[in-house]
Design a protein around this ligand. Structure first.
Ligand SMILES: Cc1cc2nc3c(=O)[nH]c(=O)nc-3n(C[C@H](O)[C@H](O)[C@H](O)COP(=O)(O)OP(=O)(O)OC[C@H]3O[C@@H](n4cnc5c(N)ncnc54)[C@H](O)[C@@H]3O)c2cc1C
Length: 346
């Protein structure tokens, strides 16, 4: 479940992005005894692997003949579990400021505050942002009665909710939110859904039980006043124009990737990517590092294995910020009893 925001934390490294590279960075930092908090706007780990191709086979992860995007994510999560990273999902890393002691304070869009000597950006292609419906008056309703994600189910308790979309998110929330709402409509432009068949079946079962009003048609406009939606007007070949009443609308039209707030942090950028030193993966701002798809350097390949290598080198550079008075000793996992103890293997 997403945390509610508003809490303060301290750690060694704030990792922005829970894609494969951000996850593996937790491991490399953990080997050196450094703790990490991971922030991601998505509601789960895995970045592009989990969001864009969970069931596709990746064939170029060293020693893995074939692994799907979701399997890789699951295995990375298992691998980093001994280091107990803290995840802050469904939150945008929004603002950073340098503190007097040289550490960083990062604040998310829902008010989580994390302080650390190091920030590691593993933001990939940027934060996943919702694609918005092409309708007038979005500004008027957004955040008041029009939403693109469910952050707290309680927010919708007792409401007449209209869900728009035909993919996994629209179907999942039609099923999961149904017990808490007073009424629910699912609106899609055609009577075919792109989600998992099991969820499609659950949705149709709710329709047959009269718990979901399935309305097929194109949304023409939202109706309401003072930010409060009252209905949407649909148009279909069969029924012409008709209104579907609601007092909250959830639009799930897919996701797109945008650089987002990182662009405003004063770090040098080139074509929306972050140039780094290939020794340390430090950016133009001391104490801020960048790895994975978002970093750039001569010859950079946007591959998961490149991000893994970058994580290892970055972790060693981060150590000097996080433990300025300690000496870093290079150790192999095969022969280091302290690493083996951290990982719980003998
Ligand atoms: C269809 C497809 C197939 C692919 N096949 C392969 C393959 O076979 N082999 C291979 O090696 N690579 C493949 N790739 C590329 C691979 O997925 C990427 O190289 C990899 O995902 C990069 O990992 P990452 O952790 O750097 O970034 P990402 O996976 O993009 O994760 C970045 C995360 O950061 C989050 N984020 C960014 N900014 C913020 C912010 N401000 N606040 C909060 N969260 C933020 C994003 O929401 C995202 O979850 C493929 C990519 C695609 C799209």
């Amino acid at each position: 479940m997403p945390d509610a925001g508003g809490q303060s934390h301290k750690t060694d490294v704030i990792i922005i992005g829970g894609g494969p590279v951000g996850l593996f960075a937790v491991f490399e930092l953990g080997l050196l005894g450094l703790t990490a908090h991971v922030v991601d706007i998505l509601d789960r780990p895995g970045g592009q692997c989990a969001e864009l191709y969970p069931e596709k086979a990746i064939l170029d992860i060293p020693s893995r003949m074939k692994v799907t995007g979701q399997e890789l994510t699951n295995d990375l999560m298992a691998q980093i579990a001994p280091f107990n990273p803290t995840f802050h999902f469904q939150q945008m890393a929004e603002k950073i400021e340098r503190l007097e002691n040289g550490h960083w304070r990062m604040v998310t869009d829902i008010g989580t505050v994390i302080e650390a000597p190091v920030i590691a950006i593993a933001g990939g292609g940027g934060s996943f942002m919702p694609k918005k419906p092409k309708l007038d008056r979005l500004d008027e309703f957004e955040g008041k009665s029009l939403f693109y994600a469910v952050r707290k189910m309680e927010q919708f308790r007792g409401k007449n909710v209209l869900i728009a979309g035909g993919g996994d998110s629209a179907l999942d929330w039609t099923v999961n939110l149904n017990p808490v709402v007073a009424g629910m409509s699912l609106v899609h432009r055609r009577n075919e859904f792109r989600g998992m068949q099991a969820t499609v079946d659950q949705m149709y079962a709710l329709v047959n039980q009269g718990k979901v009003n399935l309305a097929i048609g194109d949304i023409l406009r939202m109706n309401g006043e003072n930010g409060q939606i009252r209905s949407v007007t649909l148009k279909s070949a069969e029924k012409g124009e008709f209104d579907v009443p609601c007092d909250a609308m959830l639009a799930f039209y897919g996701l797109t990737m945008k650089l987002g707030p990182i662009a405003d942090w004063g770090i040098n950028l080139e074509n929306n990517r972050v140039p780094v030193s290939t020794e340390s993966f430090e950016t133009s701002t001391p104490g801020i590092f960048c790895i994975g798809d978002m970093c750039s350097y001569p010859g950079k390949l946007k591959l998961i294995l490149s991000g893994f290598h970058e994580s290892a080198l970055m972790a060693h550079a981060c150590f000097h910020y996080a433990r300025p008075n300690q000496k870093l000793r290079f150790e192999h996992t095969t022969s280091s009893s302290s690493i083996q103890a951290k990982l719980g293997v003998s």
